[in-house]
Design a protein around this ligand. Sequence first.
Ligand code: PRX
Length: 685
Amino acid sequence: MAEQRARRRPSEQSGAEVSEAQIAVHWQEEAYFAPAKEFIAQANLTDKGVFKRFSLDKFPGYFKEFAELLDWYKKWDKIFDGTNPPFWRWFVGGRINACYNCVDRHLARHKNKTALHFVPEPEHEAIQHLTYQELYVRVNEFAALLRDFCGLKAGDRVTLHMPMVAELPITMLACARLGVIHSQVFSGFSGKACADRASDSESRVMITMDAYYRGGKLLDHKEKADIAVTEAAKDNHKVDKVLVWQRYPGKYSSPTKLVEGRDFVVNDLLPKYRGKRIEPVRMPAEAPLFLMYTSGTTGRPKGAQHSIGGYLAYVTWTSKYIQDIHPEDVYWCMADIGWITGHSYIVYGPLALAASSVVFEGVPTHPDAGRPWRIAEELDVNIFHTSPTAIRALRKEGPEEPAKYHYRFKHMTTVGEPIEPEVWKWYHKMVGKKQAVIVDTWWQTETGGFLCSTVPGIHKMKPGSAGPAIPGIHPVIYDEEGSELKAGSGKAGNICIRNPWPGIMQTIWKDPDRFVHQYYSRYCRNRKSKDWRDWPYMAGDGAVQAKDGYYRILGRIDDVINVAGHRLGTKEIESAALLVPEVVEAAVVPVADPIKGKVPDLYVALKPGLDASEEIAKKVSASVVSQIGAIARPRQVIIVPDMPKTRSGKIMRRVLAAISNRQDPGDVSTLANPEIVDKIRTAHG
Ligand code: PRX
């Protein structure tokens, strides 16, 4: 209990508190930076009146402006239905197709314009430029294959385990055209992680690619599909078909054999569907568009379910007004489509606005830290979007590189984790050449799109702060007891959003109870209430609001670690460690890292009588990689004689986190085994 309380209190800043919020870097107030006049002159949104128009008392009517950016087969009857909190329904009665909005509707005016620039990692390979017309053709042909060869229809789920190639958005859009729900799993995740998601979503079809480039190597990716199918079968889930795209059409690039009758090479099947056109399915606005699995506080990742109408309206509006995308812009978001950032701000938002969106296969610092700037120069990218982790890595490896290239960004984004003001300033000065406006966008897998950010043509920027809420979003910060902190108090608490919005996930796939519990139960004023005002959304982040209304996000208040801007559940990592037979206890803690923001340190205790060894530590690390993926690989596996425990036997992670972060663990006298602390410190080294 004592531990629970301690871990949940972001407002207490003693060295002994160790949620991510507590160990976040704390910086002083920063001076503002003003957006360039040239930017403001062309910005999509400069009217300050927007905040009045989008004030809370006008909820939900103002969200009509979001939906009006889209083409509807049938207009909605009702903007918002809140009769069954917190299962909100948006644009009820409307009929729409996401693929139509991202592709077909642009053909009349933009068919010869590039929709996707695919940039292969090997620099000698030509960049592929796909026009909207070509995208239309390829999406239609693949949709025909999905429908006629795989028998997929609206409402079916399909698991994608695809790398950063043009075929990924093609696959997503083909699914969307049919009303098929896609569930893309980050390609860096392991076969086992893919299996968990395929089986939870009951996908009969899995779509993958034979191989892809990463860090100069052509990685075998097909082998993960074999593991995924085998592992899913152990979970009593059968995958009938595996569709394999070829990284090099016409050539199979994987050493892993195809399984007869189960695996099919897409590029071999496609000629049969040449010239086929599939009428987009007129879907209800509230039908799901996709699932995106994300880590939470408990065991397995959960499938955040996003709707077609609400989600698409939300990402389109935010792409237009926060990303400031115009149809003539060349927009590059360097995230991976396997995460929500890529879904919302590489694929759906930019394409709904007829922009040219860049899909980059590789690692930003490969072969050197000049690569992104060469790409920007080559493609004349003018909007750039990336994470603090990538910015830190590029700054470390090539601080002077951007100056060598003749690109010019009007707008840049940072997303996924807090950015240190010093890093922000380098991004502004060197990457943005002091001309680009920067938005620091705070949001989550669950929220579909941005929640807090400056409006680039209106607000000044403040390094390290996400900014105020975007128009239409009304945050509130609560303390532990559920009392509201005064606006602009500068005190840390738990950030929540008072009102629903169209981009919010609809539920957790197959687990509505967990959805209610995780996001709403803590601050719900009355569980029986049918009034949305009683159901604030709890984001799970600690935050402070400064006097100027800007929010600074401190980090997670739960058992989620944000590594390089990607979410990992401590429970997932610990469960993977416990699969090693020698291990009896495991505890994972976040450690501050100069590049990745946070990395996991993994403490394990062994069965009695076993001695610590390098070999066991390696086995533990390997288990984490095979269960989840290389992204979760612990910085260190520390074998300890015992865990620090409360009298009731709970592992005190805060003590471990303090040791890993070389902080004072504070008062440990209440532990059942205080003497262990020094021994652990010695084991940690
Ligand atoms: O802790 C916050 C952090 O990333 C979490 C969401 O992670 P995920 O669902 O993977 O989505 C990442 C892309 C939006 C949040 O709970 N986070 C996200 N953006 C920021 C951030 N922390 C600080 N500043 C941000 N701009």
